[in-house]
Design a protein around this ligand. Structure first.
Ligand code: KIV
Ligand code: ZN
Length: 517
């Protein structure tokens, strides 16, 4: 069937590939698996799980996700080389539904300066790479990198060749976020008008947000016939990011009167997915971000509140419930029992073994003693904190901080366990956080530099848990450590230690080669 005859839009998520390419947004294997499972549960059609040749870690992540994900197609990215394509095929082989996504630059600028290849050689490589990929996998997507700045005649020839060699999806990226919506729509229409075999493939779009137009460009392309949108949760991605999935999907749903297209996405998962991705990467979501910002459904002014009370439609074009908001109900307290707690865990999407539930319940009781009200978000933070610490080599045993207006430098006394050995020290610093981080360095010397230290309140109120992210960088590798605790200093030290543990794991894996995609 011609792709343009159907009104279903294929949602291709690239949070784990393009999203992970944002500087600092690195994720470890467990985190990638958790995100992939959320994407699968929300009905994403294609999950681009990584770039298998980029590193051992990328390969492992794609192959593990391929083993676990059943409903979504698992896709890996490959440059137009035999080594990339074969490595990709190997990584995705366990997936019930799998795709190889291979790409090559087609714009004059990229061909001359990046590839240093003549257009004819590029054309031949398109044929070669797609044919090879097609021999290894039934589902092949070909991308014309920098497609929006490509000469039209050449783009038509390459797209036709890719389809001829077996690509069932052809993607026309706006790699540098340069296109305007009407211009991009014209480009897609031009392909429908001029490429003779275009009806044999789905036309896909992949828009970057350098001018803030990624979502508008994606929607304009759909109106011109594109039937796959490549996007990410929270719009994560290279530079200014990619089109945000929650925005394109909610726009299609809310304005179905204007754009009669459907997706298979269960939109009530958006809030949870957004929170998960921002916690893991340390990329906070701006409060006024569409769909998932904390203010996206807040009505502050009196006039708006009055209107809302009379009729929600006055100022609300979609309901908060439709994107999964409304979680912040008071749920459990210090008198709640284990049964109620494990039922709550199930409702929040956790499937933990008996011992893990027991540990989490003990931590919940400790939290309920400290905090008057325990919200769903507290339980999520608490369980996530437990999960990330399971195999740590470095652990916090105890921490005591002295600080305040007294004229003495702040002091941190720290006890840590490193590979089973207990170590203690006392350090000072330019404030309690500096003193505590100095103490960690004294007990576990390292050269990684602190790139981010970020604190958020999980819920409202002065007794809220602090959620801390610490980003460390070492030899071009970055890791994000997280923790949550009602004591901000404890959360800070645990987040730093979590980052160190991740760095130790990363050191064992092969360093990624310099790649560009
Ligand atoms: O932006 C881009 O062109 C890409 C391709 C690899 C699809 O990410
Ligand atoms: Zn991209």
């Amino acid at each position: 069937m011609s792709s343009i005859q159907t009104n279903n839009i294929v949602i291709f998520d690239t949070t784990l590939r393009d999203g992970e390419q944002s500087p600092g947004a690195s994720m470890n294997l467990d985190e990638k698996i958790r995100i992939a499972l959320v994407l699968e549960a929300m009905g994403v059609d294609v999950i681009e799980a990584g770039f298998p040749i980029a590193s051992e870690g990328d390969f492992e992540a794609v192959s593990e996700i391929a083993k676990i994900v059943k409903d979504s197609t698992v896709c890996g990215l490959a440059r137009a080389t035999r080594a990339d394509i074969e490595r990709c095929a190997e990584a995705i082989k366990a997936a019930p539904r799998k795709r190889i996504h291979t790409f090559l630059s087609t714009s004059p600028l990229h061909m001359e300066f990046k590839l240093q290849m003549e257009p004819e050689a590029v054309f031949e490589k398109v044929r070669e790479s797609v044919s090879l990929a097609r021999n290894l996998c039934d589902d092949v997507e070909w991308s014309a990198e920098d497609g929006s700045r490509t000469d039209h005649d050449f783009l038509c020839r390459c797209v036709e060749a890719a389809i001829d060699c077996g690509a069932s999806t052809v993607n026309i990226p706006d790699t540098v976020g340069y296109a305007m919506p009407d211009e991009y729509a014209d480009l897609i229409s031009m392909l429908f008008n001029r490429v003779p075999n275009i009806d044999k493939a789905i036309v896909s779009v992949h828009c970057h947000n350098d001018l803030g137009l990624a979502v508008a460009n994606s929607l304009a392309a759909v109106q011109a016939g594109a039937r796959q949108i490549e996007c990410t949760i929270n719009g994560l991605g290279e530079r200014a990011g990619n089109a945000a999935m929650e925005e394109v999907v909610m726009a299609l749903m809310t304005r179905a009167d204007h754009m009669p297209f459907s997706t298979g996405i269960e939109t009530t998962h958006f809030t949870k997915a957004s929170k998960l991705v921002s916690t893991i990467t340390g990329f906070t979501v701006q409060p006024n971000k569409a769909i998932v910002g904390t203010n996206a459904f807040a009505h502050e002014s009196g006039i708006h509140q009055d209107g809302m009370l009379k009729h929600a439609g006055t100022y609300e074009i979609m309901t908060p419930e439709s994107v999964g908001l409304g979680m912040s109900k008071l749920v459990l307290g210090k008198h709640s029992g284990k049964h109620a707690f494990s039922e709550k865990l199930k409702a929040l999407g956790y499937d933990l073994g008996d011992n893990a539930v027991k540990d989490a319940f003990k931590r919940f009781k400790d939290l309920a003693d400290l905090k008057k009200e325990v919200f769903d978000e507290d339980i999520v933070a608490l369980v996530d904190d437990e999960v990330v610490r399971a195999n740590d080599r470095i652990r916090l045993v105890s921490l005591e901080i002295n600080c305040g207006t007294v004229h003495r430098p702040p002091k941190a006394s720290l006890e840590m366990e490193i590979d089973g050995d207990s170590k203690t020290c006392t350090s000072t610093g330019d404030g309690p956080v500096d003193a505590a981080f100095n103490a960690i360095k004294e007990l576990f010397p390292h050269t990684a530099d602190l790139q981010l230290y970020q604190v958020h309140a999980v819920t409202h109120g002065t007794d809220a848990q602090a959620e801390v992210t610490v980003r460390l960088g070492e030899d071009g590798k970055t890791v994000n450590g997280q923790s949550a605790d009602t004591d901000t200093m404890v959360a800070s030290v645990k987040a730093y230690i979590n980052a160190l543990n991740k760095l130790l794991v990363k050191r064992e894996k092969t360093a990624p080669s310099a790649l560009s995609a």
